[in-house]
Design a protein around this ligand. Structure first.
Ligand code: AKB
Length: 314
């Protein structure tokens, strides 16, 4: 049975991933770490330690204390926050990743860290973006993600660390809101639809981005980590996606359930610029072929679930 250490365990993905992994591998087998504790299920349903990922020594000691054979490194700044604080983003995103990879090397642990559609840039083919293609991102986040993919590959080839990763699209969930991403509008819109029946989008109409519902993202992490290593031709990182839409389409889907829902626009040039530099849709066929990736939720099914769950929650 795996013994897993997660960094950024109270973040958007980590908070749900921690609970899911505890359900699969047992509560005592998953130590959640983050820079601070809160009252969430992830923080309180099993072992929890305060760890700042820029402190490699503390991360290593914690991993040793729990005999971790798997490191899942989630702690990072998202695209818009990274763009506002590029030096801090480099130090946290790259320093944290380097420390986590070093822990994995020292303990011979399996390793996962997420990449993103942010690893692509304006010169990448925009439609059905291939697995192997041009990476010249124009954001600090994108630079971090490409460097992170290369570094993870390096640790695999040089030191034999079993590194694996996914290029996530925007992730949508009703549990923990994202913070500081470009795709966050696709989460906020559901909260506002329930609360106020209206939403002002900072992303312009006609802007397509890939998205995925959180349950599919969590399954993808578990499936990739359980995948037979001999079948993996790629490792860091696999394109994965479930849908691609623009703001008008998500608004139209919400209107099927809340007919009076109104959408307006107040475009944020920074986040719009980031979105414009990313693909419209990516091709996940390598993930499907090499380890059987599949997504259960499309825009229609996700909207039904989001509205149902959020109307109980807020
Ligand atoms: C962001 O918008 O920064 C993230 C991502 C797509 O990596 N959600």
């Amino acid at each position: 049975m795996k013994r897993i250490l997660i960094t950024g365990a109270l973040g958007q993905i980590g908070s749900e991933l921690t609970v899911k992994l505890r359900n699969i591998y047992g509560s005592d087998h998953v130590v959640a770490t983050d820079i601070r504790k809160n009252d969430s299920e992830a923080a309180n349903s099993g072992p929890f330690e305060i760890v700042d990922v820029t402190d490699g020594k503390a991360m290593l000691e914690t991993a040793k204390k729990y005999n971790a054979d798997t490191i899942i490194h989630m702690a990072a700044l998202l695209s818009a926050t990274a763009e506002a604080n590029p030096v801090f983003a480099w130090n946290l995103n790259m320093g944290g990743l380097m420390n986590a990879l070093e822990v994995a090397r020292e303990l011979n642990s399996q390793f996962f860290t997420p990449s993103s559609i942010g690893a692509f840039g304006p010169s990448t083919p925009k439609a059905n973006t291939p697995q192997d293609t041009i990476h010249r991102p124009t954001t600090m986040y994108g630079v971090n993600k490409v460097a992170g993919e290369l570094l993870s590959d390096y640790y695999y080839h040089k030191f034999g660390v079993d590194t694996r990763g996914l290029r996530f699209p925007g992730l949508i969930s009703y549990v923990t809101p994202p913070g500081g991403g470009t795709t966050d509008y696709a989460v906020e819109i559901y909260y506002e639809a329930i609360k106020n029946k209206r939403y002002t989008s900072y992303i312009n109409k006609g802007t397509y981005m890939d998205m995925m519902y959180m349950p599919d993202a969590l399954d993808a992490i578990v499936d990739l980590m359980e995948a037979d290593a001999s079948k993996l031709k790629h490792r860091n990182s696999f394109n994965v996606t479930a849908m691609s839409f623009e703001p008008e389409q998500i608004a139209a889907e919400i209107r099927k359930h809340i007919p009076s829902f109104e959408m307006s626009y107040d475009v944020d040039p920074v986040r719009q610029g980031i979105a414009d530099s990313w693909p419209d849709s990516i091709d996940a066929s390598a993930a499907k072929e090499e380890w059987g990736f599949k997504a259960e939720y499309d825009l229609e099914k996700m909207t039904v679930d989001m509205l149902e769950k959020l109307s109980v929650k807020i």
